[in-house]
Design a protein around this ligand. Structure first.
Ligand code: C2E
Ligand code: MG
Ligand code: MG
Ligand code: MG
Length: 280
């Protein structure tokens, strides 16, 4: 703690904060140019049937190849993008690029999988022109809007819920469904389940990680499966890394889907396209 340090003395706390702020400012500066410099790339991770491991959908995951050669995780730069409003520009790019890829992968207007999901931050959804801009981008790309789904976390549903509800309904009318991401990790009431219509619930990987050893996680996953059944939602388990975890989940619900390293890590667009064609 920085209290009672006397004049001229800088606490470790202050030095550390200073470094954090500097890093964030530097990152924001670099991020501002990342799109123009082609440093952002989309990766895609298959979402598969838990029993047959057939590819059902895919999640779009953003990657930043920084000019220093480092790969920066979205977990680190998305918060900076949100803070600086760059999230809107980045988000528009993600949607446009995902539509372009969907167009490439489609044959005679048909995508070989059900959908490609795109993560949205709460800031994007709250932006006044988000709906119109997004629909314009999708129409311009010529793809079927039904190929797209959006992933939002529970926290998004908590703030400005009336406005959010309206926008979600407008997208739903265009055939664009929503998935609840990281389900069970937000500090939220479940009342939003009554107010919104969702496509799927994604069980956060923190509940899957110890599913073979932790009975509490088993109980939580069972509870989530029950909720999903009541509301008629599909369920996707995130972070499935081993065959034993897959099997355990299949025993709990054979109609579930999963996403995880066991089937595939997120792949760049070319490798994902090859996987779709069955070439890998
Ligand atoms: P998320 O949406 O919950 O994405 C799932 C994360 O789990 C991804 O991390 C993915 O690479 C990782 N993952 C998948 N399978 C496994 C597994 O078997 N084991 C483990 N340990 N991890 C697995 P990633 O790609 O680092 O993305 C982190 C977060 O960044 C995402 O979490 C999402 O919240 C955010 N994000 C990614 N792309 C975008 C984007 O385009 N826009 C926005 N707003 N956020 C994004
Ligand atoms: Mg997600
Ligand atoms: Mg998630
Ligand atoms: Mg997440």
């Amino acid at each position: 703690h920085a209290k009672k340090m006397g004049r001229g003395v800088t606490s470790f706390y202050e030095v550390e904060m200073d470094e954090k702020i500097k890093t964030a400012i530097r990152m924001e500066h670099d991020l501002r140019h990342a799109i123009d410099r082609n440093e952002l790339k989309l990766f895609f991770q298959p979402i598969v049937d838990i029993r047959t491991e057939e590819i059902y959908g895919a999640e779009t995951l953003l990657r930043w190849h920084h000019s220093s050669g480092k790969m920066i995780s979205p977990a680190d730069f998305i918060p900076v993008a949100e803070e600086s409003k760059l999230i809107h520009q980045i988000g528009r790019w993600v949607i446009k690029e995902a539509c372009r890829k969907i167009g490439e992968w489609s044959e005679k207007g048909r995508l070989p999988i059900r959908y490609v999901s795109i993560n949205l931050s709460s800031k994007q959804l709250a932006h006044g022109s988000f709906f119109d801009e997004t629909m314009a981008a999708i129409r311009d790309s010529g793809i079927d809007p039904k190929c797209i789904k959006f992933e939002i976390t529970e926290s998004v549903l908590m703030d400005e819920s009336e406005q959010t509800q309206k926008i979600i309904s407008r997208f739903n009318r265009e055939g664009i469904g929503f998935l609840i991401d990281d389900f069970g990790t937000g500090y939220s009431s479940l009342s939003y389940l009554k107010r919104f219509k969702f496509e799927s619930i994604k069980i956060d990987k923190s509940f899957i990680h110890d599913i073979l050893s932790d009975e509490d996680d088993v109980a939580l996953v069972r509870a989530i499966l029950d909720i999903a059944k009541q509301f008629d939602y599909r369920v996707i388990a995130e972070g499935v890394e081993s065959e034993a975890q897959r099997k355990k989940l299949e025993e709990m619900d054979r109609n579930m889907f999963y996403q995880g390293y066991l089937f595939s890590k997120p792949l760049d667009a070319d490798r994902f396209a090859k996987m779709l064609k069955g070439e890998t």
